[in-house]
Write a protein that binds this ligand. Structure first.
Ligand code: NAP
Length: 516
């Protein structure tokens, strides 16, 4: 149990979503001293704050869950947000994590103190010191709202999908939705029957596939509860089906099959050729995230829904003006415009040995060794860091691999008696070069679209350019030679103390990743 006066801890974990909870569970098992900070007042991260109607995951729940905490009770193949949120809260209870969590505590800055070899972490509830910092803040946590001219003059209600205002009843209203990404295509079908008029302002049409969802039968749930091995077998089958689908993204020519299936889906669901034309993407399948819905196209075909493809010129008190001179009069604007991903705020808050922030080091293009640790930032770990996102399967797989690496690094510190560990700059550069090489030719960079996967330099610093088993294999082999450690205890034989202990000469690192 944490004492109120205690502000010093071995490992400080930021965030209580999949990353933070996953790390905490392993830290607890290992008997580490840790605290979790969360800026909100509940567990769940993105699954606590995204409460928009229709919110769900597009990875089957048997796979979108911790491998060590299967849930036999999922109600559907693709579970809705409240159930995923419940699952995370249940994990916190099952692993007795609640006493470790400080809610309502937002990190406002984190600075590495090289003299003390500790992180000094400023929060809205005082300052913490920690030997190790795990920033489980997620890739999709800071909503992006475009700065449209005149937005502040709008006389109606405005909110972002990740900050849904449930007190604002949409019944009978004239609503504009800006954006047609993964969030918007989930809430549009939910609100379309409720509102009087819906104008969907689409900049780029996404590729949409059918969603093979269904309710789980009670008999199935009972079976999984009784025979966890069976559920594990199913999870493994889903895992491999998903991995095979990764091939469509890595080899764009094969993606043509995907675009063919998606076009068929569109043709089946939308009869109007003019609307079909508006909804047909002009970039390669998978270049942007492929979406899944059986209800999105039918919602757009409703008589009270209009798809507007003209660019937005400005917002006026009464609505939205588009570049063709039309004014769409609305009383509510909902932004489904996504998140700050490659410019996430946490990068501006965390400062390394030289006092410069991650954002300053990265200069618009995030990079990390194994997507998880950064040279110059000792004892810092970034679950879902640069180049660890996925376009085809569950990110929980990546998080678990990264937590495995964190635990291996902590074990290495314990074994060697060292105080700090960080990747060597050469190892990081080698890894990033290999990632960039693997990225070449994938649909994400060669597919003819601009997406949130790309950073301000045009580099894809968001996705892992390979299969998850390749990533797992890479992180499972902890390589001391790729790291610099410091603060090693005196060597009793030589009688000298090593301040910085280079375990291997620079330049001996493996050319990674060999197994993407
Ligand atoms: P998103 O995929 O980034 O989509 C943002 C949408 O807003 C795009 O259609 C974008 O158009 C549009 N947009 C952005 N700025 C605009 C502007 N100034 N004017 C007009 N349109 C603008 O965001 P999201 O839908 O919130 O999804 C983000 C990610 O969250 C997803 O890719 C996924 O990884 C995750 N997510 C997953 C699920 C799920 O599992 N089912 C659900 C929700 C979210 P352009 O395409 O032209 O840029």
């Amino acid at each position: 149990m944490i004492e109120d006066s205690s502000r010093q801890v071995r490992v400080l974990v930021v965030g209580s979503g999949f990353s933070g909870l996953g790390a905490a569970i392993r830290l607890k098992e290992a008997g580490e001293d840790f605290v979790i900070l969360d800026k909100t007042d509940d567990i769940g991260g993105t699954w606590a704050v995204n409460t928009y109607p229709g919110c769900m995951c597009d990875v089957p729940s048997h796979l979108y869950s911790f491998s060590f905490a299967l849930n036999p009770h999922w109600s559907r193949v693709f579970s809705p947000q409240p159930e995923i949120w419940d699952y995370l809260r249940d994990c916190a209870d099952r692993f007795s994590l609640r006493p470790h969590i400080r809610f309502g505590t937002e990190v406002t800055g984190a600075q590495w103190d090289d003299a003390r070899q500790q992180w000094q972490v400023d929060t809205t509830d005082g300052t913490w010191t920690a030997d190790v910092l795990v920033a489980g803040t997620g890739a999709l946590s800071a909503p992006a709202v475009p700065s449209l001219p005149g937005l502040d003059t709008f006389e109606g209600k405005v909110f972002h999908s990740a900050r849904w205002d449930h007190t604002h009843d949409l019944t009978g209203r004239r609503v504009a939705v800006i954006g047609t990404g993964a969030s918007a295509i989930q809430f549009i079908p939910e609100i379309a029957p409720q509102v009087k008029q819906l104008t969907v302002l689409q900049r780029t049409p996404p590729w949409v596939m059918s969603r093979r969802d269904r309710e789980m039968r009670p008999a199935e749930q009972r079976l999984y509860a009784r025979l966890p091995g069976l559920q594990r077998l199913l999870r493994t089958a889903i895992y491999w089906v998903r991995e095979v689908q990764g091939i469509f993204f890595l080899h764009p020519r094969l993606g043509r099959l995907g675009s063919h299936l998606s076009r068929q889906h569109l043709h089946r669901q939308v009869a109007d050729p003019e609307l079909r034309a508006k909804l047909t993407p002009n970039f390669a399948f998978g270049c942007k995230r492929v979406l899944m819905s059986n209800t999105y196209y039918p919602a757009l075909a409703r008589p009270n829904v209009k798809v507007e493809t003209q660019a937005i010129e400005e917002v006026r008190p009464e609505g939205i003006a588009t570049t063709d001179g039309a004014v769409h009069e609305v009383d509510t604007i909902i932004f489904g415009t996504g998140f700050h991903v490659t410019d996430a705020p946490i990068a501006g808050l965390v400062r390394g040995r030289d006092g410069r922030s991650l954002a300053e080091h990265w200069a618009g293009s995030p990079q990390a060794y194994l997507g998880t640790a950064v040279a110059g930032f000792p004892n810092l770990f970034l679950p879902l860091g640069p180049n660890t996102g996925l376009g085809h399967t569950s990110v929980v797989l990546m998080i678990e691999s990264q937590i495995g690496y964190l635990m291996a690094a902590l074990a290495h510190l314990r074994r060697t008696g060292a105080k700090t560990i960080e990747p060597r700059p050469e190892a990081q550069a080698t890894f990033v070069r290999a990632v960039d090489r693997k990225m070449r030719g994938t649909t994400w960079v060669a597919g003819g679209c601009s997406s949130w996967y790309l950073d301000s330099t045009g580099r894809n610093s968001t996705l892992w350019p390979g299969y998850t088993f390749g990533f797992r294999r890479l992180l499972a082999r902890f390589d001391p030679a790729a790291h610099a450690i410091s603060g090693v205890a005196p060597d009793p034989v030589a009688g000298a103390s090593t301040v910085t202990a280079p375990v291997a000469a620079a330049g001996t690192e493996r050319e990674e990743p060999q197994s993407c």
